[in-house]
Unconditional design. Structure first.
Length: 252
């Protein structure tokens, strides 16, 4: 089972999302921001476990594509529509433990460190493989934009299947770029930049298109099982680690 690429994909994808989630959590806790909930794995239709520790709701899902941290004040309050009452414009009335009360430097540190860390880890691991990084990037992008047939990426696909280090680095790199766009979009909450929110997910989709095409061309139902087992087993370990973090990290 451990040599199955689908199993490894589930493990590595979950490790990447756990790294992303725990980095945000630790940085938020160090900067005295209140954590409201932490979700390990996604929970379509149901969750496997839910507990409260130190005023933090910890949720264990079952689908290995994503985790989250909910920080108090992360979402802006709705605009005041009562014309007789002026809107609140001073941050003095916002509790200091809320995300929206902090200066842009702290917001950037909390939200942008984790995706940049994923990108750095991905580049470091890819740089240790025999496939040159520049060759990988140019060939892969040409396949994504249908400038080359999928068969032209045979060295890349072979590396995905036969080199766990290459698979690990690729997953971290792709998820890092995807989350970089999502986190940056959450900071640029402006109607003027609405187009930006559409562009970033689209660019991530284009970046992942080659992987989707490879999965589709080699699809087998048994691989879904391997993927779920790998991701869920790693997620359970991550959930146990989240319990420890909730007990020892400060929560304002």
């Amino acid at each position: 089972m451990f040599d199955q690429v689908a199993f490894q994909f589930g493990v590595f994808a979950t490790l990447a999302t756990l790294t992303f989630t725990f980095t945000i959590w630790i940085l938020a806790a160090v900067n005295r921001l209140r954590i409201e909930s932490v979700g390990i794995l996604q929970k379509p239709f149901l969750h496997l476990c839910k507990i409260n520790i130190n005023a933090i709701e910890l949720i264990l899902g079952w689908f290995p594509l994503g985790s989250f941290v909910k920080i108090a004040g992360m979402m802006e309050e709705p605009l005041n529509v009562d014309l007789d009452t002026p809107p609140i414009t001073s941050t003095d009335t916002i509790p200091t433990y809320e995300f929206r009360s902090r200066p842009i430097g702290i917001k950037l540190l909390v939200l942008m460190t984790s995706p940049l860390l994923l990108i750095l880890i991905g580049l470091l691991f890819l740089n240790t493989t025999s496939l040159p990084l520049l060759e990988f990037a140019t060939t892969y992008l040409n396949i994504n934009f249908f400038q080359l047939p999928i068969e032209a990426g045979a060295p890349i696909w072979d590396a995905f299947y036969n080199n766990p280090i290459f698979l690990f680095g690729s997953i971290f790199l792709f998820l890092g770029f995807g989350n970089l766009g999502n986190n940056l979009g959450s900071l640029l909450n402006s109607k003027f930049l609405t187009w930006f929110f559409f562009f970033l997910p689209l660019s991530f989709l284009l970046l992942s298109l080659g992987i989707f095409r490879l999965i589709w061309s080699t699809f087998a139902w048994i691989n879904i099982g391997y993927f779920l087992i790998g991701g869920l087993s790693t997620g359970i370990i991550g959930f146990l680690l989240a319990i420890l973090l909730a007990k020892f990290l400060p929560n304002t």
